[in-house]
Design a protein around this ligand. Structure first.
Ligand SMILES: *[C@@H]1O[C@H](CO)[C@@H](O)[C@H](O)[C@H]1NC(C)=O
Ligand SMILES: *[C@@H]1O[C@H](CO)[C@@H](O)[C@H](O)[C@H]1NC(C)=O
Length: 307
């Protein structure tokens, strides 16, 4: 980002003083950041050394944790999607999901995979059915569908739309519509929520646009990192997202590691980025990539206070 500094992470420590000042500013009157929501999303599952899901939820600095990734394999007639959790054992995750939910932290599952295609709307609907029975609170099991997290269920599905420069597969709109249709069985409750995580460049590719045009994706994590152009023109791209989706909750996606392109020092987050993004009526919070990096830097300990 234009405002990023290259200071080493150790300069985070003196920022405790800044945090104290910021705290009193919020009490003092016209808030520096009028659009605060207190929402921080983190991606978990990309490095075994990040610790468990439970530990992530116990930090108290996240309001949504996105398990990443559930990967759809290549080709037609594909095998069921498989979890790529960087070596985390799957066995304890169901209990950890319940633990997070008991603390009012929502748990999403992100759909990834670099190769997959969804050859038709029917294939997309089949995948949605599979996801419902394998990961969501389906009232009855379906023969032949295993539940990797047991009777625990996730609160939402995230569409991870970055495939290293290749467009996402088609028919994600059909997948979203079918999965969302299961909500109709429930009164006063929305067991299926949908989010998307695109790169910052606007407009995104056609399949992503069609997915967002369904109006069912209520949270969009705009990745302002991992790409030098996004990092340099973040404000311009953010404004385009905000203008295009005034009704969706937009999260500003930032890396917790200064080694990632687009890193924003906490001081610049507070004074440079948040005052800009929080002007958008659809600003919803901060998304942090990822739990492993955040564990090293404690970036979310600032984010949760200012988000
Ligand atoms: C799963 O998908 C993610 C995101 O698309 C990708 O980074 C990762 O390498 C994939 N894992 C495997 C085993 O293909
Ligand atoms: C992050 O927080 C943990 C736990 O409070 C602490 O042990 C660690 O030193 C902190 N790291 C940094 C870089 O501030």
């Amino acid at each position: 980002m234009a405002v990023a500094s290259n200071r080493p992470a150790t300069t985070l420590l003196p920022l405790a003083a800044l945090v104290a000042v910021a705290g009193s500013l919020f009490l003092a009157g016209p808030a520096a950041a009028a659009g605060k929501t207190g929402q921080v999303t983190v991606f978990w599952g990309r490095n075994k050394a990040e610790g468990t899901l439970r530990e992530a939820c116990d930090t108290g600095t996240y309001t949504i944790v996105v398990i990443s990734f559930l990967n759809v394999s290549a080709g037609p007639g594909n095998s069921p999607p498989s979890l790529d959790l960087s070596g985390h054992p799957v066995a304890g995750i169901g209990a950890d999901i319940k633990h997070c939910q008991s603390k009012s932290i929502m748990v999403f599952l992100s759909l990834g995979g670099r190769q997959h295609s969804l050859p038709s709307a029917e294939a997309a609907a089949d995948l949605a059915d599979y996801l419902w029975y394998a990961y969501f609170p389906a009232p009855a099991p379906r023969a032949g569908v295993r539940r990797p997290f047991g009777d625990a269920y996730v609160d939402g599905l995230d569409f991870f739309l970055d495939r290293g420069g290749r467009p996402p597969p088609d028919h994600l709109d059909a997948l979203a519509a079918r999965l969302w249709s299961y909500n109709r069985q429930f009164r006063a409750r929305t067991p299926v929520q949908l989010s998307a995580t695109p790169r910052c460049a606007f407009p995104p590719d056609g399949p992503a646009l069609r997915l967002l045009a369904t109006g069912l994706v209520t949270r969009v994590n705009v990745r302002l990192y991992g790409d030098a152009r996004c990092a340099a023109y973040w404000q311009q791209e953010w404004d385009k997202w905000a203008a295009a989706y005034p009704g969706s909750g937009l999260y500003v996606g930032l890396p917790a590691s200064e080694r990632t392109v687009g890193y924003v020092h906490p001081k610049n987050l507070y004074y440079g980025v948040l005052p800009v993004v929080q002007k958008a009526p659809s600003y919803a919070g901060i998304m942090i990539w990822d739990r492993y990096a955040d564990k090293q830097t404690n970036y979310s300990s600032y984010a949760i206070q200012w988000a």
